[in-house]
Design a binder for this molecule. Structure first.
Ligand code: SAM
Length: 433
């Protein structure tokens, strides 16, 4: 366990320095990676409390590598999963061993030992001392807590709590290969229980590695949260689509929603993404699922560079955003983001909406989506767009889906478990002249 903790400390240090776990985790030795990932997620979910406790325990902070290890051990000691998995004294012993394993932290092993043992002795009073600190209480940066309060005054606590719970593993059944019910039976025959969600979704009662999913390599299903699975039906619902219909998926990589559009319709899809490496992932996903689309690496906000001049029947704009809705799956995001990211991203989203609206046929439809809970990237963005375009007609849409409590979302709520990621959806139809 000491070696695992050493890697956890290094991963947390990398996040504290501004690197994302998606970049960092591939550097962890393969055999250790699943355990290190699970523990690092646990640490990041309790980093606010751990930082506040470390300040109580050490008047002068040690060098960053030792501080990251101290934060890691404290976060595991206060987190529910860590407490369930390890006896307190074992964890402290192993954290001290971890410190001894690295040149960067070896000199601080004694200091770490003293801080952690003091925490065990004085746990109740130390936890009381940090109680009124919002960052320690909610384990998100203060600006984030304030923003969620302002944007969702009736639900802010449940939204912040939802970020502390790992999301369920949700599959999207490839309806071109089999019905959802048929695939559910196949899963069940292999001892995997799942409940239906939305049009094509199955929520596994217990997550498994994708290699254990029957037919995964042959394209029977994909892994995609229930909230992300709403896009295709919202864009395509209520009419038939043939190969003559042209659909643009403007920010498509890695191709989750592109594939769902193709599984649900025969429309001709153009999938764009700015990042050529991520475009390769669209190709790979479509190939595995037995689907095809035209894929282009291009800037959606600059149609002059890639558009052939033919109007689209439908446009999906799944815009780049803060990803504030999916923090339960990416617990590093809250510590990496800055509040200034919100207006910057909102400006990019507004530019994309402006650039793509003229490419839509009169009578055509656009779905604007972000995996964000912030209103500036959702409801406010769309209201501003509607004020600028009197040919845009807002259709019934889910609006802001909040993680952890989707029961508040009326007619779009088929999510009895409340298990969606946070998302925003608006469907805008272009009026006929
Ligand atoms: C939320 S992700 C899309 C997820 C995707 N729709 C799916 O369901 O798998 C946003 C994507 O937008 C891409 N992107 C960012 N700026 C862009 C731009 N100016 N033009 C096109 N794509 C862009 C990013 O590379 C990223 O892949």
């Amino acid at each position: 366990m000491a070696t695992q903790l050493k890697w956890v400390g290094q991963s947390v240090l990398a996040v504290e320095k501004g690197r994302s776990l998606t970049e960092v985790l591939p550097g962890v030795p393969g055999a250790l990676r699943p355990g290190v990932q699970a523990l690092t997620f646990e640490v990041l979910r309790h980093l606010g409390a751990a930082r506040a406790l470390a300040k109580q325990l050490a008047q002068r902070a040690p060098a960053p590598p030792a501080l990251a290890l101290l934060h890691s051990a404290l976060a595991i000691l206060v987190g529910d999963e860590g407490r369930a998995r390890y006896a307190d004294h074992t964890l402290v012993d192993q954290a001290v061993e971890a410190a001894k394993q690295s040149r960067d932290t070896r000199m601080q092993a004694g200091f770490l030992n003293a801080c952690l043992r003091r925490f065990l002795r004085e746990r109740a009073s130390l936890l009381q001392a940090i109680e009124s600190d919002p960052v320690a209480r909610w384990n998100h940066p203060e600006w984030w807590v304030d923003r969620v309060k302002a944007d969702h005054p009736d639900h802010w606590q449940s939204v912040l709590n939802a970020s502390q719970t790992p999301g369920p593993m949700v599959l999207r059944v490839n309806r071109r290969k089999q019905t959802r019910e048929a695939y559910r039976m196949v899963l069940s025959s292999q001892g995997l229980d799942a409940l239906p969600l939305g049009d094509d979704g199955l929520v596994l009662t217990k997550p498994v590695p994708v290699e254990q999913l029957p037919g995964f390599a042959q394209g029977s299903c994909s892994v995609q949260d229930g909230a992300a699975q709403i896009a295709a039906g919202l864009l395509l619902g209520g009419r038939e689509w043939s190969g003559r219909d042209r659909v643009l998926d403007a920010c498509a990589a890695p191709g989750g929603k592109t594939a769902h559009l193709l599984e649900q319709s025969s429309a001709t899809v153009l999938a764009l993404d700015l990042d050529p490496r991520r475009c390769q992932r669209i190709h790979d996903n479509l190939q595995r699922l037995g689907l095809s689309a035209e894929v282009k690496a291009a800037d959606a906000a600059l149609p002059a560079d890639w558009w052939d001049g033919q109007l689209f029947d439908a446009v999906l704009l799944d815009a780049p955003c803060t990803a504030s809705g999916i923090v339960r799956r990416h617990p590093d995001a809250r510590w990496l983001r800055r509040s200034s990211d919100i207006p910057q991203l909102a400006l990019i989203q507004a530019r994309m909406l402006e650039a793509l609206w003229p490419l839509l046929k009169p009578g055509g439809r656009m779905v604007y989506a972000t995996c964000s809970i912030f209103r500036a990237e959702g409801a406010d963005q769309v209201q501003a767009f509607l004020a600028r375009h009197n040919d845009a007609v807002e259709q019934p849409s889910p609006g802001h889906l909040l993680p952890g409590d989707a029961r508040i979302h009326g007619e779009f709520n088929d999510n009895v478990s409340g298990g969606y990621d946070g998302f925003f959806y608006a469907r805008l139809d272009k009026a006929l002249p």
